[in-house]
Design a protein around this ligand. Structure first.
Ligand code: G3P
Ligand code: CA
Length: 277
């Protein structure tokens, strides 16, 4: 009898994992007290930066959805990671060479699996309209220097929203984030630190934390002392990693405030993180 129950339990677990298309590991974490941020949406489960990945992130109870923003030929803010469409669509070339209408004709789901065929690119406006009320948004500006005026566009869109408490804008481009902060001081901004630049001097930290609410690192290029130095200056730290299986353990050890990765909390609200292999 016990054996039959065990077989049933194994069968149900396997079916669930097949259903979500998950092929990684599960790891149980007790009281991590960390923000859970779904990287490019719940991109372990669905094509990155798509409505499907964002919906999955909400379903898995992520605290924030992370996404990437570029600008189309006709000046629309669109959600995609690479500056070219080649890797994640059936098209080729730069996003900036496509109008929004042309981008909307691309398939952004099939590269992941046939299940997501016909998925279309989202604009930042559409992302906000659909998800603002449900989850925090961590919006990364990709290569803002290539898109003059992108900061003003972002601020103009966000000015339509009264409460910006659930939105963070981030970028590797420090001056772009300083500009966003100056244009809209009530909006939290984050500076992403490139691995090669992870050793930040006290002077640099003073400068960054004077306007950035978060300083975000690849977890492999961080230590507890740096986190303490940032906390002492009243800013927070998020870490990301695409592959590091010790991400959660390191995040806890360093005392950071949240994790950006391709995993989210499991729906039963237990602190279980799914780590993609
Ligand atoms: O949020 C951090 C992370 O998104 C930065 O790397 O390449 O995934 O945008 P990338
Ligand atoms: Ca990103």
């Amino acid at each position: 009898m016990r054996k039959r129950k065990l077989i049933w339990a194994l069968g149900i677990t396997a079916s669930l994992l097949l259903l979500v298309g998950y092929n990684g590991q599960t790891k149980k974490v007790h009281n991590p007290n960390l923000l859970s941020i779904a990287h490019r949406g719940a991109s372990s489960f669905a094509p990155e930066n798509t409505r499907a990945a964002f919906q999955k992130g909400v379903e898995l109870q992520a605290d924030y959805l992370e996404c990437d923003v570029h600008v189309s030929k006709d000046g629309e803010l669109v959600i995609m990671h690479d500056e070219k469409v080649d890797r994640t669509t059936n098209g080729s070339g730069l996003i900036s060479e496509y109008t929004l209408e042309e981008l909307k004709n691309l398939d952004v789901g099939s590269y992941h699996s046939d299940m997501f065929a016909g998925e279309t690119i989202m604009t930042m406006n559409e992302l906000l309209e659909e998800f603002y009320d449900h989850v925090g948004l961590l919006i990364e500006l990709k290569n803002p220097a290539s898109y003059p005026g992108v900061e003003e566009k972002v601020v103009s869109i966000l000015n339509e929203y009264e409460d910006l408490g659930s939105i963070i804008i981030q970028s590797f481009d420090v001056e772009s984030m300083r500009k966003i902060h100056n244009l809209l001081p009530s909006l939290e901004v984050a500076v992403l630190i490139r691995p090669a630049e992870s050793l930040l001097s006290s002077r640099k930290l003073d400068d960054l934390t004077s306007f950035a609410s978060y300083i975000n690192f690849n977890v492999s290029f961080l230590n507890k002392r740096m986190v303490d130095n940032i906390h002492r200056r009243d800013s927070k730290v998020l870490v990301w990693s695409k592959k590091d299986k010790k991400l959660v353990a390191k995040a806890q050890k360093y005392g950071v405030d949240g994790i950006i990765s391709d995993f989210s909390k499991w729906p039963d609200n237990e602190q279980i993180f799914l780590v993609q292999e």
